[in-house]
Ligand binder design. Sequence first.
Ligand code: ZN
Ligand code: ZN
Length: 262
Amino acid sequence: MFIDSHAHIDGPEYDADRAEVILRAREAGVTTILNVGTGDPHSGAFERAAQLASDHKEIYAAIGVHPHDAKLYDDAAEARIHSLIAAHPKILAWGEIGLDYHYDNSPRDIQRQVFQRQLRAARVCDLPVVIHTRSADADTIEILRHTYQQTSRGGIMHCFGSSLELAQAAIDLGFYISFSGNITFKKAEDLRTIAAQIPRERLLIETDCPYLTPVPFRGKRNEPARVVEVARCLAEIHGNSLEEVGRITTANFAAIFRLQQI
Ligand SMILES: [Zn+2]
Ligand SMILES: [Zn+2]
C-alpha cells in the first residue's frame, strides 16, 4: 500500500490515457494520489485539479501558485483559491508554493512576496502547505522560520533535493520530507545520504509525474504506479522492507492531512 504524495496527472500529458494511468496505480498498490494543480491561476488549472479529485475516490488535490507563476499572483487568484477550497473538501493542501532560483521564471523578489502571502493564506484556511524549493535554500529557511512560524498545519517539502540543513530546519518546523524518483538516479549519492538521516516518521514518497521517472524506467513518461520504485530505494537506504516503507509513508500522509481512512 503506497501513496503518491505529489503528482500532476490532470495535465495534457495524460489526456489520452488518464483512466489507464489511474488503474495501473491501483494495480501497483497505490491507494491514494495527491494531484497538484499548477499553472496560470486564471487558466482553469485549479478547477481542473478540483474536478479530478471529485471524480475519483482515491485522488485528492492541492492547489496554489507555483513560484514559476508568482508574477501572475494577484488578489483575484487568491480569492479563486479560497473559494475552491471552500467548495471542495478534497482539496487538502495549499501548494505547490515556494522559491525556484534555478529557472527564475518570476523575479525573485516577487517569488518571495508571493510565497509569504500564500503561507499566510494557507493559515487562514487552516491547510498544510506543499513547498517547492530549488537553488534557494537560505531564503526558503528564512521565510519558513519567519512567516511559517505563524501557521499551524505543517506541510511537505516536495521533491526534496536541497541540503540536509534545509531538511533539518523544515523538520524542526513540523514539515515532512518527500522524495521523488530523483533519489534513484545513479548520481544522487548525496541525496541518498541525506535521505538516510531523515527520521522515518517524517518521510513521504512521490512521483512528481510526469517528471523525474525513477530508475529503471528513465526516459519514459512517469506515472503514480512508479512511486513503488521510490519506496524501494528508501527501503534499501533505511533498512526496511518495501511494505514497511509503504505503511510508514501512508501513516505519515494520513497524519499531516488528518485523514481517518485511506
Ligand atoms: Zn515542484
Ligand atoms: Zn509538482
